[in-house]
Design a protein around this ligand. Sequence first.
Ligand SMILES: [Ca+2]
Ligand SMILES: [Ca+2]
Ligand SMILES: [Ca+2]
Length: 462
Amino acid sequence: MKTMFKSFSLLAVAACAGMSITSCTADKDLYNPEVVEENVKAEYVANFVKKFGAVNPAETWDFTSGSTYYLADESAPLATRATGSYAPTVGDYYNVEKETLNWLTNTLEESKDNRKLGQPFAMQVPGNSFTIVPIYQGQAGMTWDLHMVVGTGENAVDTKIWTKSQGIQTGKTGRTGNVTWTNLATSENTLSAEKVRSKQYTFENMPKGETIYFYLEITSGMSGWATKDTKQSSLSGMMLTLECPRPSNISDDHEVKIIGCEDANLKSSDWDLNDIVFLVIGNPEAPKPIEVTEDKVIEKEEKRYMIEDLGATDDFDFNDVVVDVKQERTVTYVLENGVIDYSKTKYGEWKQVARFKHLGGTLPFTVKIGNTVINDIAPAMGYDFNNDEEGVYDITGWDPNDNNIIVTVKGKENEGVKTITFPKKGEVPMIIAVNTKQNWMTERTSIPESWWTVEVVEEEGE
Ligand SMILES: [Ca+2]
Ligand SMILES: [Ca+2]
Ligand SMILES: [Ca+2]
């Protein structure tokens, strides 16, 4: 069931919170700048409430979605931080085709150093479900669990998704043609198996664009091969990913990849990267491998401020000043035992910049963002900046959580300046924050109410 929740309500009590209304004005006050400012603001607030109703006390007027994370060398954003758990759904058995096993035997040759076939990797979650199936278990005496880590930062979610041999069966064809299936023991391998089938592990509704990586956690080691509790991860070259010819029992429009894993990293390791091999099936897209060349990402945050200059108190076009503010910094992750130790993450300095996008007001103004004052900007009705040539300023001290932006507008004759700040929660706004893709309104066209209407999808009833 879908319910539309509006942030506006009929709570008149909050309408003028933080704004003082001067109810009577003596003649002499017409020339008192402070009184003029109060009157103009009171008129604006009254017009706003008349048009839209009273403001919900919980309304923050910040409609942006917060930080995004980019790989240092990629332009596509990684999603915002992941939350929750990503346990897969266990499906039916998948019959591994002989052709796939033959291809694997030739490609990831047993006991050969296959490291040059791949490189350290993470993956990007596609906008659809995907399935992981163990299809081959090589000669290996250790036991392990397969983990998947979703997301970057302290809120990354680490889920154990599979344990060695779990859900794998080998089959023998009897004289009458019927196949007898036997569970594969952890000490066994599939090398000489006539038939192999395995349970499928499907991931759904994962956040598109989010980063994932995998590791095997060694649960019982062997001297000279691998030590218990060590982690062999896709970030540290203990796994590789390969394109794989699509098996005939997988639909034409599904993408197929291989993840091969090496369970040993001590002197006896053979680096054949086939100790366990997974088929990754995307419906239609498989997770996209991301090369891990350096453990750096760029964290970005940006907002568009749309501002009313109070030249008119009744249009609510919020296009009198439109300015984008952005900050970015590098974030360097430290690998510890093959996985990212988030407590050791190093953050670079924030670099902040303001870009004026549009003017649509009638009064000259000054903007202070954080610690930086940008003085005396002349008004223009309907002017778009070309940010290659103008309207770009390096700034410091912007706090995106605080929205510390102040606009001072020079009044008309006999008026002083008017100070416009980002609204406190529940106040009538003269500034709002939106995502930078949100276009501004044309002149004297009010922003639509839908901008502060959020859709909430409720759980299905029992
Ligand atoms: Ca090996
Ligand atoms: Ca306006
Ligand atoms: Ca305007």
